[in-house]
Design a protein around this ligand. Sequence first.
Ligand code: LIP
Length: 273
Amino acid sequence: MNEIPAALTAEELLKIALPVAREAAATARRMRAEAITDVETKSTLTDVVTAADRAVERQVINSLRSARPGDGVLGEEYGDSAEPEPGAVRWILDPIDGTVNYLYGLPQYAVSLAAEFDGVVVAGVVINAATGDEWTATRGGGAWRAGRRLRCSERTDLSQALVGTGFGYDAKRRAHQGAVLARLITKVRDIRRFGAAALDLCAVGEGLLDAYFEKGLNPWDHAAGGLVATEAGATVAGLAGAPPGLDMVVAAPSALFTPLHDRLVELDAAGGA
Ligand code: LIP
């Protein structure tokens, strides 16, 4: 990876991202308190997007453009802006991760903002917009919440592991994911499905979950939370040496990663629709 230009360190990118993400979380909270409006569906009738998703993403794009005009932004709702200029940053944004939780008022939805330079995520912030809880990480600088450096779980026995996961919006994919879960659930302590990948990954970073896996995540779902989990000592990857991506994201401490990975391969967790 090329070095970030000296005038720009991961810590400085995080300093730009933090107030932008905090203001975005405040907007999400305010709009939730007012009323959920303009609810539309995307890939399926359960894949929803609200006016708040779009308003928050527009707000963040405008803020980042003011701070760093030459950067690119990849957001869930408005896609990828023009390729960033050489030496620029690509910001990766989920304006409200956990949109169904947001729709129902379940306090588990987050603004997730990551800075990627030269193809590598170097800084990230995840804010639970309902509670204000905030996780940050810089590559090589650790993962933090409330001034405390985070360490992931030290569990080594998969049968004693509390494992988070999630499901897609497509019925055929959910059927396959449910079948995988039916066979995995007897091999672990228990399963948790909180509904926001960014927060699930931060939970792994904090040791609130021993591990997490999910098929079908987009970069904006896992870019920032994946850095938090990584900087807290977890391994975050796909299957068979692949990077985390649409096929699979697995986050676990090193002692659990291989047994969970191998079980997911055996169950064809990356298969199905
Ligand atoms: C959500 C993910 C979650 C997944 C949901 C959904 P969204 O993202 O964070 O892990 O299980 O199906 O994809 O759609 O709320 O931004």
